[in-house]
Design a protein around this ligand. Sequence first.
Ligand code: UDP
Length: 360
Amino acid sequence: MDAIFYDDVETIAKAIAEDALALEAKTLLISGGAGFLGNYFIGVIEYLNSHVLKTPCHIISIDNFTSGVSYATGENKDLTTIRHDIKNPLSIGRDVHFIIHAAGLASPKFYRQHKIETIDVATLGTKNLLELARKPYVESMLYFSSSEVYGDPHPAFIPTPETYWGNVSFTGPRSNYDESKRLGEAMCVAYYQTYNLPVKAVRPFNVYGPGMRIDDYRVIPNFVSNLFRGKPLPVYGGGNRTRTFCYVTDAMTGFFKVLFSTHNGEAFNVGNDDEEISIVELAHVMNSLFSPENGVQKTKGINDAYAEGDPSRRLPDLTKIRTLLSYSPEIGLKTGLKRFYAWAKEKYGNSDLPATINCP
Ligand code: UDP
């Protein structure tokens, strides 16, 4: 059933196989392992365990299931799962060599619903993992920041490089997400400068792919859920805001490259800089690919993060990661959309969609 997911996992594993030898016989701790990206991390490491590494890497996953759904593979001898809220300290009964802080509430729908939890996971959760990372045997920690740290970039900073300081409201509708992600990065830099901690940050730009919740409400899964329900695609506020969308195999390859790099104390944009597209154009592309009769409906965003706080353009400057880590996104928008749609159709197309899909 998850043929596309496993095919993606293989693509990612092959792209990073050489660097991934660093995981041989090590332990990797991931927060948010039951979420969209967490499941990809686990899937890739499990693939490496069975195809590349002589001695497997043991994975410890922590998730509190606020937005995470389930584990693609289930617990096994190389995967320990712990139900825990990372905002609370945690002691792990074994040496951990790699840490990935992927827990968070990335969808505006969820981070407006769980405002305080969103701040806690990016700040207290980050602090708890940074404290764990002070142990001498930790080789690398990866912190999941966000392209939202740039807020609504001034036109002179589009495409947006890592050096841009951002144009961010600290009290507006996206502030709980944006400002806590920014503080998380500040903490990583402080721990690096104080303890020489091997921590890096990634700033993902609209990553999508199989395993995203169909009731996630971010634009691609939300358009697909409306396609399945035979409804017009809801385009908020005129639809002229733009985004660049990065298919998960490209993004995951970038995340692993940063994890295995030596650029401690630094941040990297990860995304696709190829096809900046307005949301109304995206709706037309998806209609024409999958179901022309659905049409498009201009409407008001479901919450304040869309009605008032919606950035006008988002386009990464990828010079840094291309130059330093030979990152090169390969999956075009239409190819990625077709893969996501095929996966979602298989998973949801013939069954009832979850009731949460009908929330505003
Ligand atoms: N959007 C939309 N219809 C939807 C979901 C989102 O028009 O059903 C718009 C939203 O207003 C924003 C863009 O699509 O301009 C991307 O939204 P998403 O939630 O995917 O992520 P964001 O980049 O805003 O964090």
